[in-house]
Design a protein around this ligand. Sequence first.
Ligand SMILES: Cc1cc2nc3c(=O)[nH]c(=O)nc-3n(C[C@H](O)[C@H](O)[C@H](O)COP(=O)(O)O)c2cc1C
Length: 335
Amino acid sequence: MNPLDRQRQLELVREANRAPSVHNVQPGRWRFLPDGHVLLFEDLGRHLAVADPAGRDGRVSLGAEFEGLRIALSRHGLGLRDPDYAPPAAPETSPLRLVARSAVVAGDRTDALAPCVPLRHTYRGRFAPVDDAAVETVRALFEAYRDVIVISRPSEIGEIAEVHDHCTYQFVERAEYHAELYRWMRFSRRDPAWHRDGLTADCLGMSELERALAGALFHPRAFRVLRALRLARRLVAEAPQTRSAHAIAIFHRQRDEDAFAIGRRFYRLWLEVCRAGLSLCPMSAVADSPEGSAWVRQRWGVPEHSAIVNVLRIGKAPAGALRASPRLPAEELLV
Ligand SMILES: Cc1cc2nc3c(=O)[nH]c(=O)nc-3n(C[C@H](O)[C@H](O)[C@H](O)COP(=O)(O)O)c2cc1C
């Protein structure tokens, strides 16, 4: 007998969906079966065909959502069995693809990271001035982890800042990549999706003036002109924000590890950063670019058996600067 009534299910998936997802696409959909099993589906309508052709970032996001449900259940003395992965998909006819099967089980105590779930937000602005104690906090946090390399020397952070901007522009200058990204950007509160998903101007840390300008300049037609005039790179540059980081973390995992499991680990790592009073911003372009990741691997000695999952800039967000990103209504997450 499933002990979770619909109200409780909504509460749980709402919390699970606070997990980070690429472009805030929120790909996970849930079904609780009467016998206690839980099914996690991917909404294929949310797939980023250009930015994420192999679906890897989507799968990382799904893993994070799964971990989010596990954490949410822990508040109620419940647990979530480790998932069985659904077999690789045959050609899909349904917009939903089964990703994982699990079951609600008796649990133990509330997950120690649960209080951080509502506090964790991607922070994309400039960090507060670096202080040695915060850098030490990052080092201490990751010291025991073999899957994180920490960089804190300002000159090395500066190198990453340059590489990140270079890689970002290599992606964004492709018209089809840009068009897909633009579809997930929300410049105006009047956008009907402003409260639902995607990357809002608030979360991108834009002022009123910046969002008005960016809304016009980022439009694919305008961007094409800027590209031709060699002005577009500046529009997507984040070097000042990256340089303000207290530290950069290179997160790497075994090459053959399933992206779903990586997503679970990624979310917990992020919540730990939050628990330490710090914020982060992923810089996926470095990890996704063969050139960027090869350079990082060589420069900082990432082991050959590992793949770089992401490169994270970490620091203290200035007081009041964090913004909660939108989420879909929980009713839409239950299928
Ligand atoms: C796999 C993955 C890759 C991401 N890459 C980036 C990135 O390159 N740049 C960025 O600003 N945010 C990135 N993010 C953060 C998401 O945009 C963010 O989680 C989403 O917008 C929801 O916002 P929140 O984290 O504040 O809840 C990434 C998130 C995930 C899960």
